[in-house]
Design a protein around this ligand. Sequence first.
Ligand code: DAH
Length: 346
Amino acid sequence: MSTGELQTLEAQANDSLAAIADETSLEDWRVNYLGRRSRLTEILRGLSALPLEERKQVGAAANRLREALETALAERRDMLRKRDVQTFIQQGRIDVTLPGRPIPMGRLHPVTQTQRDIVACFEKMGFQAVEGPEVEWDYYNFEALRIPEHHPARDMWDTMWIDYHRDGRMPMLLRTHTSPNQVRVMERQQPPIRVVVPGKCYRYEATDATHEWMLTQVEGLAVDEGISMADLKGTLYEFAQQLFGQERRVRFRCDYFPFVEPGADMSIDCFVCNGEGCSTCKGAGWIEIMGAGMVHPEILANVGYDPERYTGFAFGMGVERVAMLRHDIEDIRLFYQNDLRFLEQF
Ligand code: DAH
C-alpha cells in the first residue's frame, strides 16, 4: 500500500466526477469512491494492519482524500441542483412570479379572542387582570360568598366535586364561577381594588345550545371608599359600548345573587335590531349580558374590611355568551368540538 495509489485514486475520482451530470450517476459515484465497499474504505479499514510509520503516512493521506472527495461531491451536487433550477426557469417550467403556497397560520380560539377583548377593555379603565385556581375550596366557591350548604342558590351551581377533604372539612370542587376570586383578592390586598379575573368554570349540566359543562367567565371587582351603584353602571355602560358599539344602551334590573346587595342583571339593547325585537334578542329588544351588584357588606367584613368605610361593586359574565353574540354563533357546543371548519372562521 502506498500513497501513490491514493494519488491515482484521487485523479480517477476527480476525472469521473467532472463528467457527471445527473443525480443518479452522482450517487453511483459516491458508492463507488466513498461507499462501504470502495477502495478508499478498504484502505482505511486496513490501516491497523500496517507498520506504524506507514500507518501514519497512509492514514493521514487517506483521511485527507476522504475529506477532499466528500467536499467535491457536495460541491458537484450543489452545482447540479443550481443548474437544474436554472434550466427549469429558462424553459419556463418554474414560474417564479406565482404567489407562494400559503403557510397555514395558527390563531387564537374565538373564546380567547373575546376574553382578551373583554379584559383589555377593563384594563383601559384601570382594572388589573389576575387569575385564580380552577379547582376551588367549597369555602371560596360558596361559603364565603354567603351560599351555605343547603342554600337553594346552590341549585344554580351544580358541579363536579373532587374526592379530597382536608380535616374532613372544606371539600374541593371545580369552581362553578369566577366569583370566589372576589374573596381571594380581598384576602390578600387592601383597597383600593380594581381587578378582573378571567377563567374556566365548570358545571354539571345537561348540555344544549346555550349550556356547556365548561365555560369561561370574567369576574370584576372594585372596592374603595365611596364606590356607588353609579360607578357600577358607568363602568359597565362603557364596557357595553366598547364591545357592542357606541350606540348601545344598557338596562339594569334587580336580580338576586347572595354575594351582592343590591344585585342586578345587566342587559344591552339588541345590536341587531336596535331594540325593535328580532331573533337574536328573541323578540325582547334586550340581551342579558351579566350579573352584577354591590358587594355585600358581610363579605367585606369577613375579609377584615370596614364596611362603613369601604364599598364595592362586582360583576361576572360568560365569555362564550359574549362571543356568540358578537359572531352570531347559535350553538355554544361548537366552541369545544375543535372542528377546524368552525374555528378557522375567526
Ligand atoms: N357568579 C355569577 C354566576 O356565575 C355571576 C355574578 C353575578 C357575578 C353577580 C358577580 C355578581 O360578581 O355580582 O352566575
